[in-house]
Design a protein. Structure first.
Length: 173
């Protein structure tokens, strides 16, 4: 995969009519399980020194008609909400769905009087890093070798970068 920088005006935008709903049914959880396996190959996510089974967490789905095209799973920890997993099907990326899912989490966090949103990504995932920073998140900590230790080896990631470290970001509310 080759990384490219594209100016926002050059990207063709399509307007979609989709809805955001809370994850409530077993059927939606099964769809999220398929997403998680497709994107990360496993249901368990290690983030902020905790292991989470994504399909057991609260969150939201983005639906286009009856099809789930994106989701976000969250966990509440003290004064923060952690975005444990966020995924949007490739055909529906860059259309604002991921942004809207994160905004939904932020609105909920504010209602619950939380002080910050937390998210982490791997050191190779430059698109995710850029995405979260455009939404106001800032890197505040790097956990060296956490991902490599979880998998027992260094994996090859986006742009053939070695996947080793967890980058932690926060957005103060």
């Amino acid at each position: 995969m080759q990384l490219r920088t594209i100016c926002p005006e050059c990207v063709k935008k399509t307007k979609l009519e989709y809805t955001i709903e809370q994850i409530s049914s077993e059927e939606k959880k099964k769809e999220i399980c398929e997403f998680v396996r497709r994107f990360w190959g496993e249901e368990e996510q290690l983030t902020f020194d905790r292991r989470f089974k994504v399909t057991e967490l609260p969150g939201h789905v983005a639906k286009l008609e009856d099809k789930v095209v994106g989701f976000v799973s969250t966990a509440e920890v003290g004064e923060a909400i952690i975005i444990v997993a966020l995924g949007v099907l490739p055909d529906y990326q860059d259309l604002g769905i991921g942004k809207r899912l994160v905004e939904q989490v932020e609105e909920e966090a504010v209602r619950r009087k939380k002080k910050k949103l937390l998210v982490s990504t791997s050191n190779d995932d430059l698109p995710a890093l850029a995405f979260y920073q455009t939404l106001g998140f800032q890197i505040y900590e790097v956990k060296p070798n956490v991902i490599a230790e979880k998998h027992g080896k260094i994996l090859v990631g986006i742009g053939k970068l070695p996947i080793r470290d967890e980058l932690r970001l926060q957005k103060k509310l």
